[in-house]
Design a protein around this ligand. Sequence first.
Ligand code: ATP
Length: 219
Amino acid sequence: MALFGGTFDPIHIGHLAVARAAERCFHLDEIHFIPTGRPPHKHRAGMASYADRYAMVALACADHPRFIASLAESGAGHFGREVFYSVDTVRHFKQKFHGPDTHLYFLLGADSFLQIPTWKDYETLLNLCDFIVASRPGFRVDALRLVIPPELLARPGSAHAPLDPHAIALRRTSIYVLDTVSSRVSATQVRGRLDRNESIRGLVPPRVEEYITKQALYR
Ligand code: ATP
């Protein structure tokens, strides 16, 4: 199982490419797409409401049996007004799905992973579960190692070492790199095109495009 958090403002085909590649390479049975309530790092004026972002995620997940739209960060009344931190969300999922058969991954793009030292309790988070970091044009995957505190890295030759030679072994967990994704699409690009009245065909799933049009979002 993987947790895939994001602002999803809106969800786009780059997100889906990441999720599909992770599903295939890591044989994931479920990917939980978790729109964040009030993003701690990415709050901006004109952001779509939590309800709209969640609705678009649900529409994008509709055709994929293993993609699940999650309300885990919707907060009281499902209004999405609260700030959630990944460390707490991962703990919540670990408690909820703690079977011997459940292997939990945290899925994110390379740009987000490079920001991880700014996240709440990130050293704890890095020790809680394995990570899958997807490549993203413009961000170097060989820089990922630089943001990990050296004391969290596994000692050379330690018993805990992932089979994948490209993975980064931490003392308790592993960071896997998914370097087959090369989508240049971003939510910023999608919003910019809508703002200029340009087409977003092919940048978001058709149902999401239809939703954006009907609700007149990002104009
Ligand atoms: P914005 O342009 O508003 O900053 P975004 O396109 O980065 O948004 P988010 O919802 O912030 O989208 O991203 C959620 C997660 O998906 C993050 O971990 C991000 O790194 C990852 N991600 C988004 N787009 C891509 C992409 N094209 N390739 C790889 N990872 C991506």
